[in-house]
Design a binder for this molecule. Structure first.
Ligand SMILES: C/C(=C\Cc1cc(O)c2ccccc2c1O)CCC[C@H](C)CCC[C@H](C)CCCC(C)C
Ligand SMILES: C[S@@+](CC[C@H](N)C(=O)[O-])C[C@H]1O[C@@H](n2cnc3c(N)ncnc32)[C@H](O)[C@@H]1O
Length: 230
């Protein structure tokens, strides 16, 4: 299953950023900025962006930690990381971001390393949510936060119907124009499998986080799970 997921993101890498902009009417930038703010990353911090993809959240973290900080972006899609590296070169980077091709279910870092972490549209795509949250907990310093942004199914039936309509009539047809229908058709069933905000909180507390809060955004079509390690 993880090979299938890796292949999806390898294949969509060349158009991923552009489609996100078009399909979210640019709103994803706001949702990502909110996520980085909720991570409480600050100047001088050492930060981790899990499932970094083409680097959107890692770049935002870099701007917050400044030249005295450090940022690591981890993803198992080599094609996504290539895009992140290309983007790195085309913009003045303070600090330089370290891009690592690895599985977030088995992070190549020692315990208690990071002052803050982000994960944007990654938790829904990993094959073992509990294990992923355990790894996040392991590598965070005591008192550190992680902010985890993802889609989910809204509670409100009208919002759910709109979300599904949007996916069926805008997202997948636009992806189909680019020969990526199957890759984007994957989103809907991934939403069906993904736990609600309340269940995400329960899982986070069960793996050992001292606090876990889920903030619905975008009319409850997205959400940010903020967890703290004590
Ligand atoms: C940045 C966004 C999605 C990232 C993303 C996550 C995935 O799991 C994927 C899986 C397979 C292919 C692609 C992705 C993927 O791009 C969010 C913006 C892009 C969304 C595809 C747009 C969908 C937005 C909401 C359903 C509706 C928003 C309506 C509002 C009026 C903008
Ligand atoms: C929807 S993209 C999100 C990319 C980026 N965070 C963003 O916000 O645009 C999901 C990313 O998670 C990565 N991913 C999924 N499962 C992973 C795993 N087990 N280990 C590492 N990366 C993984 C995929 O390769 C993909 O780049």
């Amino acid at each position: 299953m993880s090979d299938e997921i890796r292949n999806i993101f390898d294949r969509i890498a060349p158009i991923y950023d552009q489609l996100n902009d078009w399909l979210s009417l640019g709103q994803h930038r706001i949702w990502k900025e909110m996520t980085v703010k909720w991570s409480e990353a600050k100047a001088g911090d050492t930060c981790l962006d899990l499932c970094c993809g083409s680097g959107d959240l890692a770049f935002r973290l870099a701007r917050r930690v400044g030249k005295s900080g450090q940022v690591y972006g981890v993803d198992f899609s080599s094609a996504q990381l290539e895009i992140a590296k290309e983007r790195s070169q085309s913009q003045y980077q303070t600090p330089p971001i370290t891009w690592i091709e690895a599985d977030v279910l088995n992070l190549p870092f020692e315990d208690n390393k990071f002052d803050a972490a982000t994960m944007g549209y990654g938790l829904r795509n990993v094959t073992d949510i509990q294990r992923s949250l355990k790894e996040v907990h392991r590598v965070l310093k005591k008192g550190a936060k992680a902010a985890i942004l993802d889609f989910h199914r809204p509670k409100n039936s009208t919002a759910r119907s709109f979300q599904q309509w949007y996916l069926d009539h805008l997202v997948v047809p636009m992806a189909e124009q680019m020969g990526l229908k199957e890759e984007y058709a994957y989103i809907s069933p991934s939403l069906d499998r993904f736990p609600s905000g309340d269940k995400q909180v329960d899982t986070a507390l069960a793996v050992g986080f001292a606090t876990a809060t889920h903030y619905p955004i975008a009319n409850d079509m997205m959400g940010v799970l903020v967890v703290t390690k004590f």
